[in-house]
Design a protein around this ligand. Structure first.
Ligand code: PXP
Length: 237
């Protein structure tokens, strides 16, 4: 079965709206694990707008689940990851003014820098995933940089306004998964996936894990986090 990684950044976003301690991402991460998800995902942004260093440490130490740390390739963040040692680090592009991660990492342009980070992480036994657009050039560049995992950006698929556009994006993802599997990469996917659009992506042969955040946190307002995660897992199944 395709795995589910739950991104809990927006639990911290709600907490930061009042600058206090609630809701606590650690408690929510425990609820996600109890619901049966496969990993906890969080993004330690350079501006620390939601998840803070202390959250990452506590998730690492208290939750005991597989941690997938999303991060840029900035040196101070890479240094923190080397200390925390998550099971997996997902390298993403980061801009200060964006609302959420816009587009994939450019593995063609930044292959050299990415490769240095992957080497550091290999020494620490951290698996590295590259969050890239579903294109052959990006997949080839990821492989060349030394990644063993990629996460395909599903934002264009999720944002498609017409059925032909949606199918075109879905086909791009399918062909990318197939190609990446052939050259030996493990393939995850995520961004913008929700209860209405997840099935078609989950049905693609060769996808290992889907990473989903915003839609699950939004659904949790109505049914609670545990149920929101269970509902998403049922759809993926
Ligand atoms: N995967 C990556 C690499 C991301 O940057 C994000 C957004 O933080 C997600 C998955 C989850 O996206 P969403 O919140 O739209 O489900």
């Amino acid at each position: 079965m395709v795995k589910l990684g739950v991104n809990i950044d927006h639990i911290a976003t709600v907490r930061e709206a009042r600058g206090g301690a609630n809701p606590d991402p650690v408690e929510v991460a425990i609820a996600c694990i109890n619901a049966g998800c496969d990993s906890i995902v969080c993004h330690l942004r350079e501006d620390r707008r939601h998840i803070k260093d202390d959250d990452v440490w506590r998730i690492r130490e208290v939750v005991g689940a597989r941690l997938n740390l999303e991060m840029s390739i900035a040196k101070d963040i890479v240094d923190i990851a080397c200390k925390v040692r998550p099971e997996q680090a997902t390298l993403v592009p980061e801009k200060r003014k964006e609302l959420t991660t816009e587009g994939g990492l450019d593995a063609v342009k930044y292959g050299g820098k990415i490769s240095e980070v992957i080497k550091k992480f290999n020494k620490k036994k951290i698996d590295t995933s590259l969050f890239i657009d579903p294109s052959k050039a990006q997949i080839d560049a990821s492989k060349k940089a030394g990644a063993s995992i990629i996460e395909l950006h599903t934002g264009e698929y999720a944002d498609a306004r017409t059925e032909p556009a949606r199918l075109k994006e879905l086909d791009k993802i399918k062909r990318s998964v197939e190609y990446a599997n052939i050259i030996g990469l493990e393939v995850n996917a995520g961004h913008g996936l929700n209860y209405a659009n997840v099935r078609d992506v989950a049905a693609i042969n060769g996808i290992n894990e889907l990473n989903i955040g915003h839609s699950i946190v939004a659904r949790a307002c109505f049914v609670g986090m545990r149920r929101a995660v269970e509902e998403m897992m049922e759809l993926i199944k």
